[in-house]
Design a protein around this ligand. Structure first.
Ligand code: NAG
Length: 166
């Protein structure tokens, strides 16, 4: 599986991995670290220090339906401008097997969701439609995305643990 098939948090891959979330399957570290909105994401740690202040992220429908269209909608505020050189570390595990573990250039990925670097300081909305594969191998998926500036300052970091029922 190629990294380029996974766009930050908004990739079809992640969307697939987020299918069938249930509260008992989610790793809830702390309620205050839950990403606001209708999806199973949590921040990796207290998001107060992140450059991106996420207001809301919704998956429509939540949970996604295999073989159908999924809308990913979100908004947030960047507390500083994001320049070229920002990176995104993406890790996807299926059970104990690592499917993806890779650093990529964030600015090269963003055009896929109609955003360009530099990202101006201030409010931003995103909207993306993806198609969920009809067949998703059942099992436990762990997804982590850690986004940093070129100076390694944290922009955001989110994770989800989701189990696809057999
Ligand atoms: C962000 O999106 C949510 C849900 O659509 C909305 O309720 C909220 O007003 C938005 N925030 C801003 C600052 O526009």
């Amino acid at each position: 599986m190629k990294f380029t098939s996974a766009i930050l948090l908004l990739s079809p891959l992640l969307a697939s991995a987020l299918s069938f979330p249930s509260s008992s399957d989610r790793k809830v570290l702390d309620d205050q670290h839950k990403v606001p909105g209708s999806q199973p994401l949590t921040f990796c740690k207290d998001p107060a220090d992140y450059i991106l202040d996420v207001h809301n992220v919704d998956l429509i429908p939540n949970p996604p339906v295999p073989g159908e269209k999924l809308i990913i909608r979100g908004n947030g505020t960047f507390n500083q401008e994001i320049e070229d050189g920002a990176s995104v570390y993406l890790q996807v595990k299926y059970g104990l097997i690592t499917l993806i573990k890779q650093d990529a250039d964030m600015c090269e990925q963003l055009p896929k969701i109609d955003i360009e670097c530099p990202i101006k300081k201030g409010y931003m909305e995103i909207y993306k439609e993806v198609n969920i594969p009809r067949q998703v191998p059942p099992g436990k998926y762990t997804v982590l995305a850690d986004v940093k500036t070129k100076d390694k300052e944290p922009i955001t970091c989110m994770e989800a643990v989701v189990v696809f029922p057999r």
